[in-house]
Design a protein around this ligand. Structure first.
Ligand SMILES: *[C@@H]1O[C@H](CO)[C@@H](O)[C@H](O)[C@H]1NC(C)=O
Ligand SMILES: *[C@@H]1O[C@H](CO)[C@@H](O)[C@H](O)[C@H]1NC(C)=O
Ligand SMILES: *[C@@H]1O[C@H](CO)[C@@H](O)[C@H](O)[C@H]1NC(C)=O
Ligand SMILES: *[C@@H]1O[C@H](CO)[C@@H](O)[C@H](O)[C@H]1NC(C)=O
Ligand SMILES: *[C@@H]1O[C@H](CO)[C@@H](O)[C@H](O)[C@H]1NC(C)=O
Length: 442
């Protein structure tokens, strides 16, 4: 059983000399679950077993890489914000004092040891939960997108899987899909795909100014901008996951976290929700189509028929049993948050009654919440079930939470679809994205 890390959520009073000066907050919550796609993995719901009379007979795991350093673009704004704060000699609030001795030493984009640890734990958990599917001659088949952090996550996952099996099952990473080529595990192929800048900029203009004003009050003359405020908030998760060293039993929170309230983090979370929704999710006109290739591969494996896809698949790899076998019981694919969001939307998961509002966060958290959809080490698990009543069924779990699957669910058994009904429900993928793929290049 994986050793669960306890996250240190009681931060303000531990790190600060005075609790009474902590930013006011109306929320009483674990801030690590308000870090959007930078939240360390947590279960979004309690795993429940398949319905009585059913057992899992085939399994697909789509896994996001573990916690990483900021990307190079994100680092630039983080560093400029920190330098501005550090250029001020007298702070009016002691929460900034740590910056006098702070040096920015984070790497760029690569997996951090904490991310490796959570990937290892995910491999252990997958073995523990699904080991009945394994046979020595039927090992899990693994693929990864080619980014170093994704490949490292895959190999740490297999190390955890192997360790949990006492090294009886050592699945290799069989295919690495180049992000410069046809890759169903990355969102880099659709040239005309837009981005979420309009929506996230609109929301930044709503939520950031009061926080920016507070930072500039605490560091008079720093002239921090709203964009830098956003980056400084992101430094709380990035620095936190980077501070962890292997063997620690808690994740110590970065002193950057104490600069912000739970409400600030909730606003940051909503920015990420908007980013995933308008970046590659339902709100992006060419978002869903980028999930089509992966779903067509999933349908091929589920039904043991050759892949029929005209979008992102590498036809050469998918035509060969060596690089795309159809006879395995367990498959694991390693990918990125933006691509996983596209796959959720292409499949029909987390449907939204109305588009997310870029100018106001909803009063209550909805179902499109980045920290619950695509935290670091997120995973969608797709279970094919063999049931005593005859037919085959499927279930989908996202970060352990069983999905309702309203688009194909058996009325008598919510959350479970008859296999044929699931395949029919995937008409958008089956139809090659209904012409949307061509729009990527038109
Ligand atoms: C785990 O990931 C780290 C990067 O965080 C990498 O250096 C290491 O080689 C990986 N371990 C395995 C067993 O793949
Ligand atoms: C398809 O995969 C093969 C084998 O890895 C590789 O040589 C080729 O470049 C790939 N083609 C594209 C377009 O990605
Ligand atoms: C902030 O702006 C003021 C006025 O434009 C300027 O004098 C000062 O140098 C700026 N501070 C920083 C850290 O850029
Ligand atoms: C890569 O994808 C493009 C676009 O769908 C397609 O035209 C091309 O044939 C694919 N190449 C391979 C090797 O699958
Ligand atoms: C293969 O996919 C295309 C759309 O890309 C669809 O028109 C065709 O009917 C599919 N063929 C089969 C055999 O399902």
């Amino acid at each position: 059983m994986a050793l669960a890390l306890k996250l240190l959520a009681l931060w303000a009073c531990v790190l600060l000399s005075s609790c009474s000066t902590a930013p006011e907050s109306t929320l009483n919550t674990d801030i690590t679950r308000l870090w959007g796609a930078y939240s360390p993995y947590f279960s979004a719901g309690m795993y429940t077993s398949p319905p009585a009379g059913c057992r899992v007979d085939q399994l697909f795991i789509l896994q996001r890489h573990g916690a990483r350093f900021p990307t190079s673009g994100a680092s630039t704004t983080i560093i400029s914000g920190i330098h501005k704060l550090q250029s001020v000699h007298t702070y009016t609030d002691p929460r900034l004092d740590f910056l006098k001795n702070f040096a920015y030493t984070l790497g760029v984009a690569d997996l951090v040891p904490f991310g490796a640890h959570q990937s290892f734990e995910a491999g252990e958990d997958a073995y523990s939960r699904y080991r009945n599917l394994l046979r020595p001659e039927n090992l899990p088949f693994l693929r990864a997108s080619s980014s170093a952090r994704v490949v490292d996550s895959a190999t740490n996952w297999t190390a955890g899987f192997s360790a949990a099996s006492h090294h009886v099952y050592n699945p290799p990473l069989s295919v690495i899909l180049s992000e410069d080529g046809n890759d169903t595990l990355d969102d880099g192929m659709c040239a005309n795909a837009g981005n979420s800048d309009a929506q996230t900029d609109a929301w930044l203009a709503v939520f950031a100014p009061p926080i920016t004003a507070r930072l500039n009050r605490w560091a008079p003359g720093a002239n921090v901008t709203d964009a830098e405020t956003y980056s400084l908030i992101s430094m709380c998760p990035f620095h936190t996951v980077a501070l962890y060293t292997i063997g620690q039993h808690i994740l110590p929170l970065s002193p950057f976290c104490a600069l912000f309230s739970a409400d600030d983090f909730a606003a940051f979370e909503y920015s990420m929700d908007l980013d995933k929704y308008y970046g590659t999710g339902y709100g992006a006109h060419l978002g869903r189509v980028q999930g089509v290739g992966y779903i067509n591969e999933l349908l091929a494996r589920l039904t043991h028929t050759p892949v029929n896809d005209s979008t992102q698949t590498n036809r050469t790899l998918d035509a060969s049993p060596a690089t795309f076998p159809l006879d395995r019981a367990l498959y694991a694919d390693f990918s990125h948050d933006n691509q996983i969001a596209a796959i959720y939307a292409a499949m029909g998961l987390f449907p939204q009654a109305a588009p997310l509002d870029p100018t106001a966060a909803p009063a209550h958290m909805g179902t499109w919440v980045a920290s619950r959809l695509v935290p670091f080490s997120a995973h969608m698990v797709f279970e094919r079930l063999a049931c005593t009543r005859g037919a085959q069924y499927v279930r989908v779990l996202v970060n352990d939470a069983a999905q309702p699957l309203a688009f194909c669910a058996d009325k008598k058994t919510p959350g479970v679809c008859e296999l044929g009904a699931f395949v029919r429900s995937q008409a958008y993928a089956g139809g090659g994205g209904d012409g949307d793929w061509a729009k990527c290049f038109a």
